[in-house]
Design a protein around this ligand. Structure first.
Ligand SMILES: O=C(O)CCC(=O)C(=O)O
Length: 275
């Protein structure tokens, strides 16, 4: 099944991303935002810092997004019919905070090889130039992996402040999305985002990433969910889907997964420097 037109497939090949893609209504997006904020209110630390990873394991609505058939149809057109969910991240930028994401390539630090995977960025709120939407360096996915500085800079939402130098910011494309739309991006495209200058939150729920069953984790270990098709490679441990909202056992599983992820994200880190 495909949810993408031939123009969109060409956009992915030429530019390294596809945007925007309609997935669900604004009303559904609001319902999801409410569930995220309910978790934040009940358990203030649960979605902060490294807690922002794998919220789909404790939120039935984020789980529903992760396994949404329109998203999976689109993903299938890019990586094939056997699809695993490797993890998710909530990228939240609150107004009056200095959160930004430096220009980087996901494939540089995620450890997923070969690059038969794709990242889906789902807008839970509108995302635009004023509130710090993602910006893509079109065509940069065709180059080799670039050197990244590790800046550990304040406000940077990346664990090590991984930064590609000399990105022509003026030439990058802003991915403007309405709540309920998504973009898809290639593992090697250079991308980043600026700070939120609006007076509301910018919330992106990112499936990072959907991987083909032939993809290995070469920097550590992380578990996966089967999203579609079958897995005849069995490279990864499989985990289930949430029992209910912030279930006790699901919270433990999320913690375990996120501890493993920290290992991967800090691998190769030599404090400040390049890699
Ligand atoms: O949400 C953002 O601003 C950046 C997200 C990102 O870098 C990603 O999804 O790979």
């Amino acid at each position: 099944m495909t949810y993408l037109s031939s123009n969109q497939l060409k956009q992915y090949e030429d530019d390294g991303f596809i945007s925007p893609i309609n997935i669900f209504s604004k009303e559904k997006a609001k319902e999801i935002r409410n569930e995220i904020e309910l978790i934040e209110n009940k358990m203030p630390e649960e979605l902060e810092k490294s807690g922002r990873y794998n919220a789909h394991l404790i939120s039935p609505l984020l789980d529903e997004v992760t396994h949404n058939s329109k998203i999976l149809d689109a993903v299938e057109s890019l990586i094939g019919e056997n699809i695993l969910v490797c993890g998710t991240t909530l990228f939240i930028k609150n107004p009056n905070e200095k959160g930004f994401v430096s220009y980087h390539q996901d494939a540089k630090y995620i450890g997923l090889e070969p690059h038969n995977w794709v990242t889906a960025w789902v807008a839970i709120t509108d995302s635009n130039e004023n509130n710090g939407c993602m910006r893509m360096w079109s065509g940069s996915h065709k180059d080799n992996l670039k050197e990244h500085d590790q800046k550990f800079n304040e406000g940077n939402l990346l664990t090590r402040g991984q930064t590609v130098k000399n990105v022509p910011h003026e030439e990058t494309t802003p991915l403007v999305l309405n709540a309920g739309q998504m973009s898809l991006h290639h593992p090697t495209i250079v991308h980043g985002s600026g700070i939120n200058k609006s007076d509301d939150r910018r919330i992106g729920f990112v499936i990072q990433s959907y991987i083909g069953t032939n993809v290995k984790q070469v920097l550590g270990k992380n578990s996966v969910q089967l999203a579609r098709g079958k897995d005849s490679f069995n490279f990864h441990e499989k985990i289930g889907r949430p029992n209910s909202l912030i279930d006790k056992n699901d919270l433990k599983l999320k913690k375990k997964e996120n501890d493993n992820l920290q290992e991967i994200f800090y691998k190769g880190s030599n404090k400040k420097g390049s890699y």
